[in-house]
Design a protein around this ligand. Structure first.
Ligand code: NAD
Length: 462
């Protein structure tokens, strides 16, 4: 597929129109309802059918979701960028391909058994039933598709309350999940959503008596709300990942990895490098290579101008989030050369462009006296989110000390941050990293509950 800008605009417009036209009798996008209670009702019905399906049938549905995600990766990528005004099409295509290929399916759910004189006992992982999920605008269809695969693998159905700023692409993903299910012989409405999600519709979902588990992927506000809901909540919240570089690192490679990680999808991923802490001795060499890999150094005066634009009235300016470096520089009157990918400057850790989670390719660099100072500053910058931190070093003791001190769900060493998602690193993919509640990188097993099944005095055939 090679979509032109005008075609994508047309598809976005059509999807939004289809959703507007949706009502109980004539739904144009499958799984997309006007009313949250209707959506939940349909999801409850679909889950009853899901419960009767074999594991093999679940796996067939998941395989078809993977296939369709790969076929439509470009459409989702272009739509996401067009609708939200954030991110990079090429990188979003890679994210969709990654989730299609590396999100675990039913193989992730294993059974534990004990057998002996008194019989056979199994612990099997069963579905919660209907899961409520809140998704962000930064990885909209990525999160919906990845959550759907994991939740369906666990035998659940899912009700989404997606971010309103990405509703077209999110609901198209919901539609595609249902299409994949129908084609594979599964039920409709295994994923549902609504035309106009609001805080109120999210509240209905969170309070519904038939929804026992809520999964929130987003900033601190939504995670706190979910954790106050009185239900079991999985909270995948905000990060501000520091990347620490010590004097033993391969500085050239560290600079390349940092720029690649920081600029991936214009810094939207919550795991992406948001600031650098460098041991003073290597500062000049690191700056040299950062510039070689496409970083633009801004002066003190330009930093002030940029702060005024990016943190307008002390609030994150959404018009800058997920934009590329040259677009951001143009907002303060700088016309940067075409090779520029990232904006850098040296500053104190308290500098607002360093301490705040910005989600755009601006990388403040904090100078540290030595490794002790670097660890202390990096831990401070992570703000106790316990989300992600990265390090470039060949000193195992330093790596171990920082890993323990920062205590994050993700700790990438000597690679770009996206290695954590299985992209250029081992391991599976997810877009929901449960930093606050401790499940870490979520997958099918996270969306299941333990059930002990006991047969006394029989079925032990040893
Ligand atoms: P956001 O917090 O603005 O929105 C996320 C979702 O929560 C949206 O669907 C929004 O409508 C909803 N929401 C917001 N406040 C709510 C409330 N009080 N009650 C109910 N719903 C509410 O986040 P965003 O801008 O879409 O995404 C960026 C943020 O999400 C960043 O902070 C980023 O670090 C974080 N994030 C975390 C992960 C992770 O896996 N930990 C993944 C992606 C994004």
């Amino acid at each position: 597929m090679n979509l032109k800008e005008a075609q994508v605009k047309d598809i976005v417009r059509k999807v939004l129109l289809q959703m507007e036209a949706g009502n109980k009798e004539e739904q144009k996008l499958s799984g997309v309802f006007t009313d949250m209670n209707d959506a939940i009702g349909a999801s409850i019905k679909a889950q009853k059918v899901m419960q009767q399906l074999s594991m093999d049938s679940r796996e067939k549905i998941i395989s078809n979701i993977r296939k369709k995600t790969l076929e439509n990766a470009e459409l989702f990528a272009r739509m996401g960028v067009e609708e939200t005004g954030m991110g990079n099409v090429g990188h979003k295509i890679l994210k969709h391909q990654l989730l299609a290929e590396k999100t675990p399916g039913t193989e992730d759910i294993s059974t534990v058994a004990w057998s002996g004189d008194r019989g056979l006992t199994l612990v099997e992982m069963g579905p919660f039933g209907v899961i409520g999920a809140i998704t962000p605008c930064t990885n909209p269809s990525e999160t919906i598709l990845c959550n759907s695969i994991g939740m369906i693998a666990g035998g659940n159905t899912v009700v989404f309350n997606p971010h309103p700023a990405a509703i077209g692409v999110s609901n198209l993903a919901v539609h595609m999940v249902n299409e994949a299910s129908r084609e594979a012989g599964g039920p409709d409405n295994i994923a549902v959503s609504i035309v106009k999600p609001t805080l109120a519709s999210g509240d209905i979902m969170m309070k519904h008596q038939n929804i026992p588990l809520i999964v929130a992927t987003g900033g601190p506000g939504v995670v706190t709300t979910v954790l106050s809901s009185g239900k079991r909540g999985i909270g995948a919240g905000a990060g501000n990942p520091p990347v620490l570089v010590d004097e033993t690192a391969d500085i050239k490679k560290a600079a390349m990895d940092i720029v690649n990680g920081c600029t991936f999808d214009n810094n939207l991923p919550c795991i992406a490098e948001k600031e650098v802490v460098a041991v003073g001795k290597i500062m000049d060499e690191l700056l040299h290579y950062l510039i070689e890999y496409g970083c633009y150094v801004i002066s003190k005066e330009e930093q002030e101008k940029l702060t005024a634009v990016v943190l307008k009235d002390n609030r994150l300016n959404r018009k800058c989030v997920g934009k590329d470096a040259r677009t951001i520089l143009s907002m303060i009157g700088i016309e940067a050369p075409e090779n520029i990918r990232c904006i850098i400057f040296e500053g104190e850790k308290e500098h607002p462009l360093i301490a705040e989670e910005l989600m755009m390719p601006i990388l403040g660099i904090v100078r540290a006296k030595d490794i002790d100072d670097a660890i202390e500053k990096s831990v401070w910058l992570e703000h106790g989110n316990r989300h992600s931190a990265h390090m470039h070093s060949k000193n195992v003791d330093n790596l171990t000390r920082f890993g323990k001190a920062v205590d994050t769900a993700i700790f990438v060493k000597n690679a770009p941050s996206y290695a954590a998602l299985g992209f250029g690193g081992e391991g599976f993919c997810t877009f929901t990293i449960a930093s606050r509640t401790g499940e870490g990188l979520t997958s099918a097993r996270t969306f299941t509950k333990q059930r002990r099944c006991v047969m006394a005095d029989s079925l032990c055939i040893r």
